[in-house]
Write a protein that binds this ligand. Structure first.
Ligand code: FE
Ligand code: FE
Length: 324
């Protein structure tokens, strides 16, 4: 078994609202409470933290809470997707709001330095459009590229990762797929911008997450990943391995085949489940995947793939993963 590091978005340990349960699926939790819950997960080492924080939470308090839970920070996710940015962050029609997005991201960059984290995670969930004729597509895409490019140029010592997703909250997100995100990153032409590939977003986008990973790796842009599961029609953020175990296995096979090294991160939203239990369950399955990769006959699988022999390839994968 390889030496793995597991992580989670701190929001995994929040309580949530949706457009029906507007009073929430549980009482609100503050960031410190979430960190203390993350600390209860058996094998969690790193967390991705949203920013800004409420006025009563200081960076020192966050640092203390992380320490007592043996956690460190992998990324800071600036909240460029809340009400202030409802018409976009980098692509907002108001130049003042675009400036504000840049400021929040630069504050997140400072926190990445302070916590020794790996990257600023950009999830431009409001950058996109809803209706036909709503936007000038050339201008919107240009603003997407320029906004992130400016930020990355201002902070050449840091990495910026873009997490793409087809839609939600915007009906159509500008960074909607692996290919389009790579196109945007290539247009920026900067070494410090990459992709954070969310397994569930790739499923939701109609991609094969394994193929998406390979494409991002081949362009030298796979900077991070997170896993979860869904029914392919929405970003359900269910427990990793519960719906698409064989595709999850293929995803990690591709990472191992390419000697990709990084944190195995969870991005799950256990609306009705116990968050600690949901994280433990996912990590147990991820560990199983890792040992299954040790059992997998990579050479025989390569030979089967070279013949496009689907059944032999499936048999090898199933044997390693399910023991059948
Ligand atoms: Fe994610
Ligand atoms: Fe998501």
């Amino acid at each position: 078994m390889s030496k793995l590091t597991f992580g989670a978005g701190i929001w995994h340990f929040a309580t949530y609202v949706d457009r029906y349960a507007t009073d929430g699926y549980g009482p609100p939790r503050d960031l410190i409470e979430m960190i203390d819950l993350a600390g209860q997960v058996r094998d969690l080492s790193v967390v991705d933290i949203n920013f800004p924080w409420s006025a009563d939470v200081s960076a020192d308090a966050v640092e203390t809470a992380l320490k007592r839970n043996n956690l460190s920070v992998i990324g800071i996710t600036p909240e460029i997707y809340n009400r202030e940015f409802s018409r976009g962050a980098f692509t907002n029609p108001d130049a003042g709001v675009r400036r504000r997005a840049n400021e929040v991201c630069n504050q997140a960059a400072d926190l990445v330095r302070r916590f020794g984290a790996s990257y600023v995670k950009l999830w431009p969930g409001q950058d996109g459009w809803d209706y036909p004729f709503q936007v000038d597509h050339r201008k919107l895409w240009r603003l997407s590229i320029d906004g992130i490019g400016e930020l990355a140029s201002q902070n050449p010592d840091l990495k910026f990762v873009i997490e793409y997703k087809p839609r939600e909250p915007r009906v159509h997100m500008a960074f909607d797929s692996v290919a389009r995100t790579l196109l945007g990153i290539e247009a920026m032409g900067l070494p410090n911008v990459g992709i954070l590939l969310d397994f569930g977003h790739a499923l939701f986008a109609g991609e094969s997450p394994s193929d998406s990973a390979q494409l991002a790796i081949d362009h030298g842009r796979l900077f991070g990943m997170d896993v979860n599961d869904n029914l392919r029609a929405w970003d359900d953020d269910m427990v990793a391995g519960t719906v698409h175990p064989i595709e999850l296995f293929e995803f990690f096979y591709t990472l191992r085949k390419n000697n990709w090294e990084g944190v195995w991160q969870l991005d799950q939203f256990p609306f009705r489940e116990n968050g600690v239990e949901a994280a433990d369950m996912a990590i147990d399955f991820l560990k199983h995947i890792d040992t299954a990769l040790d059992r997998l006959d990579f050479e025989a699988l390569q030979a089967a793939q070279d013949r496009q022999d689907a059944l032999s390839a499936q048999k090898l994968a199933r044997k390693a993963l399910f023991g059948i």
